[in-house]
Design a binder for this molecule. Sequence first.
Ligand code: AMP
Ligand code: MG
Length: 432
Amino acid sequence: MPSLQSVISCLSDYDPTALPVDHANRIIGEVVEPVRGIEQLPIRSALDRVLAEDIVSTIDVPAHDNSAMDGYAFQGAALAAAQTATVELEVIGSALAGGAGALAPTAVQAVRIMTGAVMPAGCDTVVPQEFVETVADGARIRFAADCVRIGDNRRLRGEDLARGQAALQAGRILQPADLGLLASLGVAEVRVRRRLRVAFFSTGDELRSIGEPLEPGCVYDSNRYTLHGMLRRMNVDLLDMGVVRDDPDSLEAAFRTACESADAVITSGGVSVGEADYTKQIMARLGDVTFWKIAMRPGRPMAFGRIQADGAGAHSALLFGLPGNPVAVMVTFYHFVRAALHRLMGATVPPLPLLRVRSAQSIRKKPGRTEYQRGILARAGDGEWEVRITGQQGSGVLRSMSEANCFIVLGHEQDSVKTGDAVEVMLFDGLV
Ligand code: AMP
Ligand code: MG
């Protein structure tokens, strides 16, 4: 794994006191490498896991040309050959799904066929049964020549996946459709990367845990709960280490324990310039850690690096020292930690789409930093999609995240937004 210093020293325009979001992500991307452990799992247990091998199809899916409809299979050439507007064919038997398809009709014959049944030899077209009139007790059928075209209602062998074609690539986080695809290939087990283990704790003397009395000047620790939720969604193993006081010995002990058992450590609080915050000193002492002021809002201060439990480096972990403010924790998690954890787990995840929609209001913004305002995207009276901000945007106002369904991403160079301008939004939730 390349050292942070070696990556940073290669950058010409590196400024840790006003680091653009993209630069920080580039540095993180270069430092983080995937964990090596791999395990083999039955496909059902592999949902949401990271595929560690390419899956190449060893069969054609479907394995035969087959019918997409219930109807009658015949040689499509009969349509062109028909002298009249009506085609009439002799029915010589039936083909059911699952059968091998032994029938071979001639140009003036047809086979009754069910959806999924193998196309009889020589047949390339299926006329759906609702277009067909049966005559002579079903011994013959009649239908209009223009109700189907040659090749209609036939699924081709290998049209879903041809033998030898890559079905899924290593790095994919397996989705419900992928489990089905694997099953359609007859694959019972796959090799996946081992799960990540992520430790996290909150720092700050003012923090109280739920159940404790809230003295004046104290707040309940909410960051461990949002972190729990965000990490659970990433399907990692969690090690919740509670609240750690702003005291050098407790902090050092917590960091060492975290390194010993986790691939990554996430802390919140103590990375700004607060007087009683020992967090930064301990982080710096335990490893290769850099302290950034990122050109963004919310979430300016952040620490990133790799720390070790002992001098030998036998137990080391990635470190993300996030700001203390509850919204800043979530924003920095989604815009830095998420991609880093994906990389650490060996996942290849395409960037989330940014959609351009109309802003329902003006938004003040200065160029020179990226802003992640919390937005509600909804359909306006005229049918167009429109976004507005969720009221108070302070970095401590967690309600702004809870009410929102998207980030309004105002880019580094972007200036103020006027009502009706197009802005970019990133949706919180997807379908699958
Ligand atoms: P800090 O980054 O430690 O200076 O904290 C910034 C602000 O976030 C302060 O108002 C803290 O009280 C608040 N804060 C820090 N950690 C938490 C937490 N775990 N839960 C809720 N608020 C917090
Ligand atoms: Mg603090």
